[in-house]
Ligand binder design. Structure first.
Ligand SMILES: N[C@@H](CCC(=O)N[C@@H](CS)C(=O)NCC(=O)O)C(=O)O
Length: 221
């Protein structure tokens, strides 16, 4: 049996969370080795495990992979979540890049101070509601299938689902004017691997707590 992938990152969602989601969606079990202090990060660097001195790093299939997108691409390709041909892959990439842009806004928001958060939430929610979600509502309408691309579940569905859940944390009724996104969410949440990852006690991470922000910052800066 192949070794489980090992994920090296802080015990927070950040840049690793889409990787956790994709592995979970593919039904792949993984282990996590948390970077808890600056010394832990320094050790990984000294051991030569971080090509650009950064995490996320994922040990998988004998490789020590860095760069979030490269890791996601590998997992998606390996577990058939990357479309049936190059054109589907191009479409999936387009959707995923848009979603990762939005995801990054939310991730950066998670690490702001309480004061900064007050100012920054509205523009992020505005972008989600007026720029990104209408695109996916229209894709679902025009495509008329259960999934965003082709006839099967792909990484685009996983990233959209993850992003919808995150946006709802900050505005629970954010999908009110997107009926197809609501039904998409209900459908995807019933896929067994996704259902499992949604259960309490899974390796899914919540938003970082205010009291942990300072400690997290000292690891990276
Ligand atoms: N492009 C990289 C960016 C990785 C990155 O910025 N990682 C942060 C943690 S989330 C880090 O390791 N920061 C320390 C540093 O850049 O020295 C990726 O997507 O993996």
């Amino acid at each position: 049996m192949a070794a489980k992938p090992v994920l090296h990152y802080i015990n927070e969602r950040g840049r690793m969370e889409p990787i956790r989601w994709l592995l979970a969606a593919a039904g792949v079990e993984f282990d996590e080795c948390f970077v808890k202090t600056k010394d832990d990060l320094t050790k990984l660097r000294k051991d030569g495990f971080l090509l650009f001195q950064q995490v996320p790093m994922v040990e998988i299939d004998g490789m020590k992979m860095v760069q979030t997108r490269a890791i996601l691409n590998y997992i998606a390709g390996k577990y058939n979540l990357y479309g049936k041909d190059l054109k589907e892959r191009a479409l999936i990439d387009t959707y995923v890049e848009g979603l990762l842009d939005l995801n990054e806004l939310i991730m950066d928001y998670d690490y702001l101070s309480a004061d900064q958060k007050k100012q920054q939430l509205a523009p992020i929610l505005d972008k989600a509601t007026n720029r990104y979600f209408p695109v996916f509502e229209k894709v679902l309408k025009d495509h008329g299938r259960d999934f965003l691309v082709g006839d099967r579940f792909s990484r685009a569905d996983v990233h959209l689902f993850e992003t919808l859940l995150m946006a709802e944390e900050y505005k629970p009724d954010i999908l009110a004017s997107f009926p197809l996104l609501q039904s998409f969410k209900a459908r995807i949440s019933n896929i067994p691997t996704i259902k499992k990852f949604l259960q309490p006690g899974s390796q899914r991470k919540p938003a970082p707590k205010e009291e942990d922000l300072q400690r997290i910052m000292t690891i990276f800066h």
